[in-house]
Design a protein. Sequence first.
Length: 300
Amino acid sequence: MTTTPIELPARSRSAILAKASDLLVLTKPRMNLLVVGTTMVGFYMAARSGPDWISLPAVMVGTALSAAGASVLNQLIERRRDALMPRTRNRPLPMGRFYPAEALGYGIGLAFCGVAILGLLVNSLTAILAAVTLISYLLIYTPLKPRTSWNTLVGAFPGALPPVMGWAAVRGHLSPEALALLLILFVWQIPHFMAIAILYRNDYAAAGFRMLPVVDRSLVATARHIIIFSLILNFVTLLPAFLGMAQLPYLLIAIPLGFIFLHAGMKCATLGSRPNARRLFLVSIIYLPLLLLGMMLMKK
């Protein structure tokens, strides 16, 4: 007796694929690639005699799941505001392709599994840092976005914690080197997100988000933030060499990259145009991986 395989109707297969696509979109995979990548930088820089290949998968999976959970829950909280912005109105929640209750369960499940993996298979400090990242991102930064233009500075803190998590996963404690990694990511985010906020200031205004370029119509304060933090970035990126994390040739990478970033920041700050904001944004996303790769190659 022969049996024929059961085939789903084309409409059912299409619905399953669409649901799977929405599940992926809710996790913001491109943004979370940066989270996992910077965590791995901290992990590698903390390793004294080469990476611990046994704990590395747990660190990567735990970080990815906790970051994905944060992204889902953030979109759940902001779904009504996302519906008002052209660049986000087609997301699954504003479009009604995903129910809020589904997103709540999905986000909590991802976040819980991520923190649990880090706590059970890595160490408690890394799990605590992941929980702090989740809490500060969802319960402090997200509610502040429609209330104050200081939200970017607050949001840069959870955004800077992933490399510290990677460091803690290896060492089990924090140190000045971990603080240096945090400072680099924290300071880099301010010009990076100011450029994004200039590009999408009309979207943010429509949704009621009080990003600095929205409330600062003349962009004077925005320009000041870009210049100050671009200058600070040139100094904090020297810390890995002075703290003995990287060999001195690392400075031959960090200093020229810093001047390129500063030049793009100055152009954006002085002209305030969308093309210059876009150029600063592109420079920022090229700058960071090059800097971190140079640090890893010059690891002491």
